[in-house]
Ligand binder design. Structure first.
Ligand code: ADP
Ligand code: MG
Length: 211
Protein backbone atom coordinates (compact mmCIF):
# COMPACT_ATOMS: atom_id res chain seq x y z
CA UNK A 1 0.00 0.00 0.00
CA UNK A 2 1.22 3.49 -0.87
CA UNK A 3 0.59 6.44 1.39
CA UNK A 4 0.13 9.91 -0.07
CA UNK A 5 -0.13 12.77 2.41
CA UNK A 6 -1.60 16.11 1.39
CA UNK A 7 -0.36 18.59 3.93
CA UNK A 8 -0.33 22.28 4.68
CA UNK A 9 -0.73 24.10 7.95
CA UNK A 10 -2.65 26.75 6.09
CA UNK A 11 -6.42 26.27 5.77
CA UNK A 12 -8.35 26.70 2.55
CA UNK A 13 -5.51 25.89 0.17
CA UNK A 14 -7.20 22.88 -1.43
CA UNK A 15 -6.01 19.90 0.67
CA UNK A 16 -9.43 18.27 0.95
CA UNK A 17 -10.28 19.12 -2.65
CA UNK A 18 -7.13 17.43 -3.92
CA UNK A 19 -7.56 14.47 -1.54
CA UNK A 20 -11.12 13.75 -2.69
CA UNK A 21 -10.48 14.36 -6.40
CA UNK A 22 -7.29 12.27 -6.42
CA UNK A 23 -9.09 9.50 -4.51
CA UNK A 24 -11.86 9.39 -7.12
CA UNK A 25 -9.23 9.40 -9.89
CA UNK A 26 -7.45 6.47 -8.25
CA UNK A 27 -10.74 4.54 -7.90
CA UNK A 28 -11.42 5.13 -11.60
CA UNK A 29 -7.94 3.73 -12.24
CA UNK A 30 -9.00 0.48 -10.54
CA UNK A 31 -7.30 1.08 -7.21
CA UNK A 32 -8.77 0.49 -3.78
CA UNK A 33 -8.53 3.81 -1.98
CA UNK A 34 -9.05 5.12 1.52
CA UNK A 35 -8.95 8.77 2.57
CA UNK A 36 -7.80 9.39 6.12
CA UNK A 37 -9.37 12.62 7.30
CA UNK A 38 -7.23 14.22 10.00
CA UNK A 39 -9.11 17.49 10.09
CA UNK A 40 -11.25 18.04 13.23
CA UNK A 41 -13.62 19.91 10.91
CA UNK A 42 -14.01 16.63 9.00
CA UNK A 43 -14.60 18.22 5.59
CA UNK A 44 -13.72 15.07 3.63
CA UNK A 45 -16.10 13.05 5.82
CA UNK A 46 -18.91 15.55 5.16
CA UNK A 47 -18.12 15.31 1.45
CA UNK A 48 -18.71 11.56 1.62
CA UNK A 49 -22.01 12.11 3.49
CA UNK A 50 -23.22 14.36 0.66
CA UNK A 51 -21.89 11.91 -1.93
CA UNK A 52 -24.19 9.13 -0.77
CA UNK A 53 -21.80 6.53 -2.16
CA UNK A 54 -19.52 4.30 -0.21
CA UNK A 55 -16.45 4.91 -2.34
CA UNK A 56 -13.90 6.16 -1.83
CA UNK A 57 -13.84 5.24 1.84
CA UNK A 58 -13.28 8.21 4.15
CA UNK A 59 -12.07 7.48 7.65
CA UNK A 60 -12.06 10.25 10.21
CA UNK A 61 -9.09 9.62 12.49
CA UNK A 62 -6.85 11.29 15.03
CA UNK A 63 -3.25 11.43 13.92
CA UNK A 64 -1.95 9.33 16.86
CA UNK A 65 -4.01 6.42 15.53
CA UNK A 66 -2.69 6.73 11.98
CA UNK A 67 -0.12 3.90 12.08
CA UNK A 68 -2.62 1.30 13.35
CA UNK A 69 -5.38 2.49 11.01
CA UNK A 70 -3.01 2.41 8.04
CA UNK A 71 -1.99 -1.11 8.92
CA UNK A 72 -5.64 -2.17 9.02
CA UNK A 73 -6.21 -0.56 5.61
CA UNK A 74 -3.17 -2.33 4.21
CA UNK A 75 -4.38 -5.67 5.61
CA UNK A 76 -7.77 -5.02 3.99
CA UNK A 77 -6.12 -4.74 0.56
CA UNK A 78 -6.08 -0.96 0.15
CA UNK A 79 -3.79 0.17 -2.69
CA UNK A 80 -3.53 3.87 -1.88
CA UNK A 81 -4.15 5.68 1.39
CA UNK A 82 -4.59 9.41 0.97
CA UNK A 83 -4.12 11.47 4.11
CA UNK A 84 -6.00 14.76 4.20
CA UNK A 85 -4.15 16.97 6.68
CA UNK A 86 -5.38 19.67 9.01
CA UNK A 87 -4.56 23.33 9.19
CA UNK A 88 -2.30 24.77 11.91
CA UNK A 89 -1.64 21.50 13.74
CA UNK A 90 2.10 20.91 13.62
CA UNK A 91 1.89 17.49 15.29
CA UNK A 92 -0.69 16.31 12.75
CA UNK A 93 1.57 17.40 9.90
CA UNK A 94 4.51 15.65 11.54
CA UNK A 95 2.71 12.35 12.03
CA UNK A 96 1.11 12.42 8.58
CA UNK A 97 4.43 13.00 6.85
CA UNK A 98 6.14 10.33 8.96
CA UNK A 99 3.95 7.61 7.45
CA UNK A 100 3.97 9.00 3.88
CA UNK A 101 5.71 7.65 0.80
CA UNK A 102 5.08 10.96 -0.89
CA UNK A 103 3.80 14.36 0.21
CA UNK A 104 1.95 17.00 -1.77
CA UNK A 105 1.96 20.48 -0.27
CA UNK A 106 -0.72 22.63 -1.89
CA UNK A 107 -0.28 26.39 -1.73
CA UNK A 108 -2.00 29.41 -3.12
CA UNK A 109 0.30 31.77 -4.95
CA UNK A 110 -0.17 34.87 -2.75
CA UNK A 111 2.87 35.85 -0.73
CA UNK A 112 1.40 35.09 2.73
CA UNK A 113 0.40 31.66 1.53
CA UNK A 114 3.86 30.83 0.25
CA UNK A 115 5.28 32.07 3.57
CA UNK A 116 3.17 29.70 5.62
CA UNK A 117 4.04 26.84 3.28
CA UNK A 118 7.64 27.12 4.50
CA UNK A 119 6.72 25.66 7.93
CA UNK A 120 5.17 22.61 6.32
CA UNK A 121 8.23 22.10 4.11
CA UNK A 122 10.47 22.20 7.20
CA UNK A 123 8.54 19.40 8.89
CA UNK A 124 8.50 17.21 5.79
CA UNK A 125 12.22 17.80 5.21
CA UNK A 126 13.08 16.89 8.80
CA UNK A 127 11.83 13.42 7.97
CA UNK A 128 13.49 13.24 4.58
CA UNK A 129 10.25 12.64 2.78
CA UNK A 130 9.99 13.31 -0.96
CA UNK A 131 7.49 16.05 -1.68
CA UNK A 132 6.39 18.58 -4.19
CA UNK A 133 4.58 21.87 -3.96
CA UNK A 134 1.31 22.08 -5.87
CA UNK A 135 0.20 25.57 -6.84
CA UNK A 136 -3.55 25.86 -6.36
CA UNK A 137 -6.14 28.59 -7.05
CA UNK A 138 -3.77 29.73 -9.80
CA UNK A 139 -5.18 32.79 -11.59
CA UNK A 140 -5.20 32.71 -15.41
CA UNK A 141 -2.63 35.51 -15.53
CA UNK A 142 -0.64 37.45 -12.98
CA UNK A 143 2.70 38.09 -11.41
CA UNK A 144 1.80 36.04 -8.30
CA UNK A 145 2.44 32.74 -10.02
CA UNK A 146 5.88 33.82 -11.22
CA UNK A 147 6.71 35.17 -7.74
CA UNK A 148 5.53 31.95 -6.07
CA UNK A 149 7.66 29.84 -8.42
CA UNK A 150 10.67 32.06 -7.61
CA UNK A 151 10.06 31.75 -3.85
CA UNK A 152 9.75 27.97 -4.05
CA UNK A 153 12.84 27.77 -6.26
CA UNK A 154 14.81 29.72 -3.64
CA UNK A 155 13.82 27.08 -1.09
CA UNK A 156 15.17 24.37 -3.40
CA UNK A 157 11.77 22.73 -3.26
CA UNK A 158 10.32 20.81 -6.15
CA UNK A 159 7.28 22.35 -7.86
CA UNK A 160 4.70 20.04 -9.33
CA UNK A 161 4.49 20.75 -13.07
CA UNK A 162 0.69 20.50 -12.89
CA UNK A 163 -0.87 23.73 -11.60
CA UNK A 164 -4.44 23.77 -10.33
CA UNK A 165 -6.40 26.77 -11.58
CA UNK A 166 -8.84 28.91 -9.63
CA UNK A 167 -12.01 27.26 -10.90
CA UNK A 168 -15.59 27.33 -9.70
CA UNK A 169 -16.02 23.69 -10.76
CA UNK A 170 -14.09 22.62 -7.65
CA UNK A 171 -16.51 23.95 -5.08
CA UNK A 172 -19.56 23.24 -7.23
CA UNK A 173 -18.52 19.59 -7.52
CA UNK A 174 -17.71 19.42 -3.81
CA UNK A 175 -21.12 20.73 -2.78
CA UNK A 176 -22.65 17.76 -4.64
CA UNK A 177 -20.26 15.27 -3.09
CA UNK A 178 -18.46 14.81 -6.39
CA UNK A 179 -14.97 15.15 -7.76
CA UNK A 180 -14.51 17.67 -10.60
CA UNK A 181 -13.90 14.91 -13.13
CA UNK A 182 -17.35 13.50 -12.29
CA UNK A 183 -19.02 16.90 -12.25
CA UNK A 184 -17.55 18.26 -15.47
CA UNK A 185 -15.56 15.48 -17.16
CA UNK A 186 -14.37 17.59 -20.08
CA UNK A 187 -13.59 20.69 -18.05
CA UNK A 188 -10.18 22.22 -17.38
CA UNK A 189 -10.32 21.34 -13.68
CA UNK A 190 -10.89 17.68 -14.54
CA UNK A 191 -7.93 17.75 -16.89
CA UNK A 192 -5.72 19.23 -14.17
CA UNK A 193 -6.76 16.56 -11.67
CA UNK A 194 -6.11 13.71 -14.09
CA UNK A 195 -2.67 15.10 -14.87
CA UNK A 196 -1.96 15.58 -11.16
CA UNK A 197 -3.05 11.99 -10.53
CA UNK A 198 -0.65 10.67 -13.19
CA UNK A 199 2.16 12.77 -11.81
CA UNK A 200 1.45 11.54 -8.28
CA UNK A 201 1.44 7.90 -9.40
CA UNK A 202 4.86 8.35 -11.00
CA UNK A 203 6.11 9.73 -7.70
CA UNK A 204 4.48 7.01 -5.62
CA UNK A 205 5.31 3.96 -7.72
CA UNK A 206 8.73 4.71 -9.14
CA UNK A 207 11.92 5.78 -7.59
CA UNK A 208 11.89 9.52 -7.21
CA UNK A 209 12.47 11.32 -10.46
CA UNK A 210 11.83 14.86 -11.54
CA UNK A 211 9.06 15.16 -14.09
N1 ADP B 1 -8.50 25.24 -7.31
C1 ADP B 1 -9.59 25.75 -6.72
N2 ADP B 1 -10.28 26.75 -7.31
C2 ADP B 1 -11.38 27.29 -6.71
N3 ADP B 1 -11.87 26.87 -5.54
C3 ADP B 1 -11.23 25.86 -4.90
C4 ADP B 1 -10.06 25.26 -5.46
N4 ADP B 1 -9.63 24.29 -4.59
C5 ADP B 1 -10.49 24.30 -3.55
N5 ADP B 1 -11.45 25.24 -3.73
C6 ADP B 1 -12.53 25.59 -2.80
O1 ADP B 1 -11.95 26.30 -1.70
C7 ADP B 1 -12.46 25.88 -0.45
C8 ADP B 1 -11.34 25.34 0.44
O2 ADP B 1 -10.79 24.17 -0.16
P1 ADP B 1 -10.37 22.90 0.73
O3 ADP B 1 -9.98 21.84 -0.23
O4 ADP B 1 -11.46 22.58 1.71
O5 ADP B 1 -9.09 23.47 1.49
P2 ADP B 1 -8.31 22.87 2.77
O6 ADP B 1 -8.65 21.42 2.89
O7 ADP B 1 -6.85 23.12 2.48
O8 ADP B 1 -8.77 23.68 3.95
C9 ADP B 1 -13.55 24.87 -0.78
O9 ADP B 1 -14.79 25.53 -0.82
C10 ADP B 1 -13.18 24.36 -2.17
O10 ADP B 1 -14.30 23.95 -2.92
MG1 MG C 1 -9.51 20.36 4.48
Amino acid sequence: MKVLSILSQKGGVGKTTLATCLAVAAEADGKKVAIFDLDPQATASFWLDVRKEEKPAVISVQSVRLPSMLKAADDAGTDIAIIDGAAVARDVTFEASQVAHYVLIPTKTAVFDTMSMIHTIEIVRQQNKPFSIVLTFVPPVGQETIDAITTIGELNAHICPVHIGNRKAFFRAQSEGKAVQEYEPNGKAADEIIRLYKYTCIQLYKEREDV
